[in-house]
Design a protein around this ligand. Structure first.
Ligand SMILES: NC(=O)c1ccc[n+]([C@@H]2O[C@H](COP(=O)([O-])OP(=O)(O)OC[C@H]3O[C@@H](n4cnc5c(N)ncnc54)[C@H](O)[C@@H]3O)[C@@H](O)[C@H]2O)c1
Ligand SMILES: O=c1ccn([C@@H]2O[C@H](COP(=O)(O)OP(=O)(O)O[C@H]3O[C@H](CO)[C@@H](O)[C@H](O)[C@H]3O)[C@@H](O)[C@H]2O)c(=O)[nH]1
Length: 434
């Protein structure tokens, strides 16, 4: 199959490299020349485990020739299907901002106007139910002067990969959701996904585009709420002096609960949970429905960094004192700091007049753009030296391995938001939920 992919970020580049690896001929279309040049040089434009190898295998000088990139939308004309992997950010009121999708649909439709053969467009971006059918398809029809279902197909295929394990998640998914409103579009989606379905044995969910769109929000809403529920339970455990991790291990033995996403602590961050829960809440309110559970999930998540800071306040007044923040990325394995819990933690420290010194193995450059006026150091030891408190925000391996490094602190108060550090003599240790 010849596949074009509009948007070459976390999702678009991963999907393109994986499809090339599965034997398809793939072209990435992106407005960013640097990203396009990187791919054509055989280099991954983002940091994802296993991605550099795949891009090097299929694009660049000694490649299989199955992956290339361009800024020119005309490249879609030489392909059979187009995946749209563009950003779907939020407006100030939390609702979805579809303007990037709309502009791209217009450009794609105008390009497809000159194609005589059938073509299928598949929305992979996370979009509110009805967006593909009521917004994207009419723009494609108007710009191409063609009719969906007769001249071209439209599908919706939500993506469930996680940052940090994107290549693995894409190649070995728990499920593949194929949403289509016409038979031919569904056939094209199968033609692209068959090698993946065969290799991974993943169950396929066949549905319409609106349901496919909702499945993505339900998936993320459920996972975000699951973490908030274990955080709520964890906060109660802490009040009773009970270890929430021991409780979580026990409830995980119930198949109906399962063991994943039961790590309580400073809460969820990242590019998706916040914007997707906000977008589906806003959409629900537009339908006059009050999404009480999702509201609560967000409220609990916002509370966790405040609880971390107040546990620190119980032991030390940090005004004018040095405080180490260990971990800045929203989770280990990525340099992404979008909605990282480190942001409210640093804001809280600054509000207390603390001198903040931050460490992260890969995310410092990104955080420097957010906070110019704090100190960044290359090692956890440097952050801890002469510190009056240490706050653990991301459970990187080099942070969980810390031990005697805490001896260099002036006042050894350690408040752990990720259950990364072992309690031991010589430090005043507070776990957020244990
Ligand atoms: N990041 C994730 O882990 C993840 C997982 C599942 C789903 N999603 C969803 O997938 C979508 C894409 O997310 P992402 O994280 O890959 O975004 P991203 O910001 O990493 O990448 C988007 C890319 O689109 C390019 N772009 C912007 N406007 C363009 C245009 N008009 N034409 C061509 N290219 C253009 C940008 O240059 C960028 O490279 C979003 O809807 C997101 O919610 C993301
Ligand atoms: O038990 C847990 C599990 C995760 N987290 C936190 O939750 C956040 C999100 O983690 P994760 O889901 O692993 O990362 P994402 O890359 O944001 O992936 C989510 O968002 C993507 C974008 O929509 C979806 O595709 C994925 O399925 C979904 O897991 C991070 O801050 C984690 O530290 C916890 O606090 N406790």
């Amino acid at each position: 199959m010849r596949v074009s992919i509009i948007g070459s970020g976390y999702v678009g580049t991963t999907v393109a490299a994986c499809f090339a690896d599965l034997g398809h001929e793939v072209v990435n279309v992106d407005v960013d020349q640097e990203i396009v040049d990187a791919i054509n040089d055989g280099e991954a434009p983002i940091h994802e485990d296993g991605l550099a190898e795949l891009v090097a295998d299929h694009a660049g000088p000694d490649d299989t020739g199955r992956l290339e990139a361009t800024t020119d939308y005309a490249a879609v004309l030489d392909t059979d299907v187009t995946f749209v992997c563009l950003p779907t950010p939020q407006n100030d009121d939390g609702s979805i901002d579809l303007s990037i999708m709309e502009a791209a649909a217009e450009q794609l439709g105008t390009t497809l106007a000159t194609k005589d053969a059938w073509h299928t467009v598949i929305v992979k971006s996370t979009v509110i139910p009805g967006s593909t059918e009521e917004t994207i398809t009419p723009i494609l029809e108007a710009a191409s002067d063609k009719t969906a279902g007769d001249d071209f197909g439209v599908g919706m295929n939500p993506e469930f990969l996680r940052e940090g394990t994107a290549v693995h998640d894409f190649l070995d998914p728990d499920k593949v959701v194929l949403g289509a409103d016409d038979e031919r579009a569904l056939e094209d989606m199968y033609a692209v996904f068959d090698p993946l379905i065969e290799r991974s044995d993943a169950p396929v969910v066949e549905t319409d585009t609106r349901t496919a769109e909702m499945i993505k929000y339900a998936n993320n809403g459920f996972l975000a709420a699951k973490i908030s529920l274990i955080n709520d339970i964890g906060n109660i455990c802490k009040e009773f002096g009970i270890d929430a991790y021991e409780v979580a291990d026990a409830i995980a033995l119930d198949d109906r609960i399962g063991e994943q996403f039961l790590r309580s602590g400073v809460g969820w961050g990242g590019s998706c949970f916040e914007k997707d829960t906000a977008a589906i809440r806003a959409a629900a309110r537009q339908q006059d429905y009050e999404p009480a559970m999702l509201d609560a999930a967000i409220a609990v998540n916002n509370r966790q960094p405040t609880r971390l800071l107040s546990l620190m306040d119980d032991h030390v007044d940090v005004a004018g004192e040095r405080v180490a923040v260990l971990g800045l990325a929203f989770k280990p394995g990525t340099d992404d700091i979008r909605n990282s819990r480190a942001i409210p933690v640093i804001e809280g420290l600054q509000a207390r007049g603390a001198e903040v010194v931050a460490y992260d193995p890969v995310a410092i450059e990104h955080m420097r753009e957010r906070f110019l006026d704090i100190e960044y150091v290359d090692t956890p030891e440097a952050a801890l030296t002469e510190a009056d408190a240490a706050l653990v925000v991301t459970d990187w391996e080099e942070i969980t391995a810390l031990d005697e490094e805490f001896d260099a602190m002036r006042t050894p108060v350690v408040v752990d938001g990720r259950r990364a550090i072992d309690r031991r003599d010589g430090i005043v240790y507070e776990g957020l939920t244990w």
